[in-house]
Write a protein that binds this ligand. Structure first.
Ligand code: SF4
Ligand SMILES: [Zn+2]
Length: 250
């Protein structure tokens, strides 16, 4: 399978926890996966030679981290696009090891995204402290949280503020309602709609999208609209200093 990512704004993804997730607040005994989970749909459609991946149960794939040193040219890499590296069920040594490898392979830019920013903040701050990482070394690491509605925005953005990193980002995907954002400390916003044909799927009202774009404009934050809603709102801005893609060939 190609390592080239299908996510619009990155070059590649790695999944050191395989394909699998128990969902926000879920456990191995009681998964609480999101109804709209795109990753689980992909896992069902594309069977791999790994039972846990096929059953969407998170597990350790350390060989995914080896890709980082094999890729010599800089890439913009999504870390754990098929799960959540900072879910409460993840063994405590794993986020640390993943962070260690990403700081070791400095040629790339890394995007982390979680629905559990509280744990991400704890893990990342502990890592910074242990490795005495200066702020400038974190500029190629982007730490973000997913929000889909106003309640997420209140809780998760305030957690993200506690991270001592210069690069905070938000993935508003799928957008399920109007959202008022407090964008202090946020350097990039991505907006997307739910994909697939799930019963009960929410198609975002164009006003919700327009309103978020306007909030980003007012705060001077670049915004990237993904997928189908980009047909109506063709706004695809990247953070300052990013090229459209880091890596433009095979
Ligand atoms: S957190 Fe992400 S990967 Fe996990 S169940 Fe929800 S949508 Fe799927
Ligand atoms: Zn697997």
């Amino acid at each position: 399978m190609s390592d080239r990512s299908k996510i619009d704004y990155i070059d590649a993804s790695i999944n050191p926890l395989g394909w699998g997730c128990f969902g926000p607040g879920g456990t191995d005994r009681e998964p609480k996966r999101c109804e709209y989970c795109y990753a689980q749909t992909i896992a069902k459609r594309h069977l791999r030679k790994c039972r846990n991946c096929n059953e969407f149960v998170p597990h350790w794939h350390p060989e995914e981290l080896e890709k980082l040193s094999h890729w010599k040219k800089p890439r913009r890499i999504f870390v754990e696009s098929m799960g959540d590296l900072f879910g409460d069920w993840v063994t405590s040594s794993i986020p640390f090891e993943v962070l260690r490898q990403t700081f070791y392979n400095r040629q790339h830019t890394y995007l982390f995204l979680t629905k559990n920013p509280k744990r991400m903040v704890r893990e990342v701050n502990e890592f910074f402290f242990e490795y005495d990482t200066p702020r400038w070394e974190t500029t190629r690491h982007w730490f973000g949280t997913t929000i889909t509605n106003q309640a997420d925005a209140f809780q998760r953005i305030s957690e993200l503020w506690k991270l001592h990193s210069p690069n905070g980002w938000l993935s508003i995907e799928p957008l399920l309602g109007p959202i008022y954002l407090r964008l202090a400390g946020i350097n990039w916003v991505v907006i997307g709609a739910e994909t697939g044909n799930r019963k009960g799927k929410v198609n975002p009202d164009p006003e919700w999208v327009k309103d978020i774009i306007e909030q980003c404009r007012a705060a001077g934050v670049p915004v990237f609209v993904k997928g189908k809603i980009a047909e109506r709102f063709p706004v695809q801005e990247y953070p300052e200093g990013w090229r459209q893609r880091e890596w433009a060939g095979r």
